[in-house]
Design a protein around this ligand. Structure first.
Ligand code: IFM
Length: 448
């Protein structure tokens, strides 16, 4: 069985973060409020009442963070651009001070030999757009393309490739269907327009980016779906869940159509929000790469609640992260094999844009952070990736989530995903054992 030491030459190594999770400086240099500022201020919305107002203070400490990346020896850095810094109300002229921050960041990365890989939207919608319906409103897709144009006009001379959206599935489900993330709507299946309008925004922005000669990716959170048993009811429930989690956000991009959502009582027009020509816009000009965020498989059983055609079942007998997520490295190989089988020749090259785990890390008296579970997690997943590539998967790189411990959405600062420990009281950064392990792995790969 091939392992991580056999990953191909030219394979790219990176780390990932997102604006609201690390930047802080929420009120500085003309940044407008985002849906996450408003949501986090709601009593009870985020564990411990935490907010991203300061986060890792990356806005002021980016040079130190770029130096940490440089120490790792990564090829690339995936970060996100905060739309409310660029357009404080989500429309109109650009805020020069907001764009200037990303200018400085991109220049610092390039000076360190690190390729910037920005994501244009990682959930921090300007609150001004939320007040017009957020992603439930078709107009938001057009505003997104305008924002993309402002950003590419400013940074495009130094940034070769862009990720349009991060995890539109998670944003739709937690933000619009269940309300556990911003903007906190609880619309259940009426949240589906938020799926279509995000994808439409992707298509419109992709046309702008490709029109200027850039490469375009999207970062989807995908999961292998396991039926709880071979019983037909469990198998049908698993297919229904797969359609929602995986196919809804990948079929239109690669096949030009939505999957069968009849198990949800929903037709091909997603409840009426899909207009003539939309699917063409979403599927063309095509993706240069598919970003894949992988954390765990999902086990699905027949429904217990009449509202949905599936129920989530426990995965037993596997280790768990501090968050309680099951650790199944081979799920990554399985997922990649399934994508090849499903999409065949229309599947673009893949980059793992996120993979990582939360660990209850603490700085020991001697100043070290021993995060062995993270090293085990990453090594297991990189071995699975090497196996997938040996089977024929075209995977070009691996960006671990995350460089720094950061604001983990509804969990606040309670889940630590970083290679670098952050003391949120002092902002002191302490590289963990996994940081040294990843650095050595990258160096050994290059030296081969
Ligand atoms: O922190 C998140 C990230 O913002 C999106 N993908 C999953 C990570 C861990 O939950």
């Amino acid at each position: 069985m091939p392992n991580r030491s056999e990953l191909p030459a030219g394979f790219r190594w990176g780390v990932s973060t997102a604006a609201y999770q690390i930047e802080g400086a929420a009120d500085e240099d003309g940044r407008g409020p985002s849906v996450w500022d408003v949501f986090a201020a709601r009593p009870g919305a985020v564990r411990g009442g935490h907010t991203g107002a300061v986060a890792c203070d990356h806005y002021h400490r980016y040079a130190e963070d770029v130096a940490l990346m440089c120490g790792l020896g990564v090829d690339g850095y995936r970060f996100s651009i905060a739309w409310p810094r660029v357009q404080p109300a989500g429309r109109g002229v650009a805020n020069p001070a907001g764009l200037a921050f990303y200018d400085r960041l991109v220049d610092a990365l390039l000076a360190a030999g690190i390729t910037p890989l920005p994501t244009l939207f990682h959930w921090d919608l300007p609150q001004g757009l939320e007040e017009g319906g957020g992603w439930l409103a078709r107009d938001t897709a057009y505003r997104f393309a305008e924002y993309a144009e402002l950003v590419v006009d400013r940074l495009g001379d130094r940034v070769p490739a862009w990720i349009t959206l991060n995890e539109p599935f998670v944003h739709m489900v937690f933000g619009y269907a269940l309300g556990t993330h911003a903007p906190g709507r609880t619309l259940m299946l009426d949240a589906l327009p938020a799926a279509h309008h995000q994808l439409l925004g992707h298509g419109l922005a992709a046309a702008v980016l490709r029109g200027r000669g850039h490469e375009v990716l999207i970062a989807n959170n995908l999961t292998p779906v396991w039926p709880a048993s071979p019983e037909p009811a469990d198998v049908a429930a698993a297919a229904a869940y797969d359609a929602l989690h995986n196919r809804l956000f990948t079929d239109p991009l690669l096949l030009g159509r939505y999957p069968d959502l009849s198990a949800y009582g929903v037709g091909a027009d997603l409840g009426g929000c899909v207009r003539d020509g939309d699917l063409k816009l979403i599927g063309s000009p095509g993706l240069d790469g598919l970003g894949l965020n992988y954390y765990n498989p999902t086990r699905i059983a027949a429904p217990t609640d009449p509202g949905l055609p599936f129920a989530e079942a426990e995965i037993e007998g596997v280790p768990r992260t501090a968050f309680g997520w099951p650790v199944v490295p081979d799920g990554l190989r399985e997922l990649l094999a399934g994508l090849r089988e499903r999409y065949g020749s229309v599947l673009p090259p893949i980059t793992i844009t996120e993979n990582g785990c939360s660990v209850a890390d603490e700085v020991a008296a001697d100043g070290t952070v021993d995060d062995r579970p993270r090293i085990d997690f990453m090594s297991g997943h990189l071995d699975a990736l090497a196996a997938a590539i040996a089977e024929g998967a075209d995977v070009r790189g691996y960006y671990t989530w995350s460089l720094l411990d950061n604001f983990e959405w509804a969990e606040g600062y309670h889940q630590r995903f970083g290679l670098v420990h952050v003391d949120f009281a002092t902002q002191r950064r302490t590289p963990k054992a996994s940081y040294g392990w990843y650095r050595d792995l990258i160096a050994a790969h290059r030296a081969r």
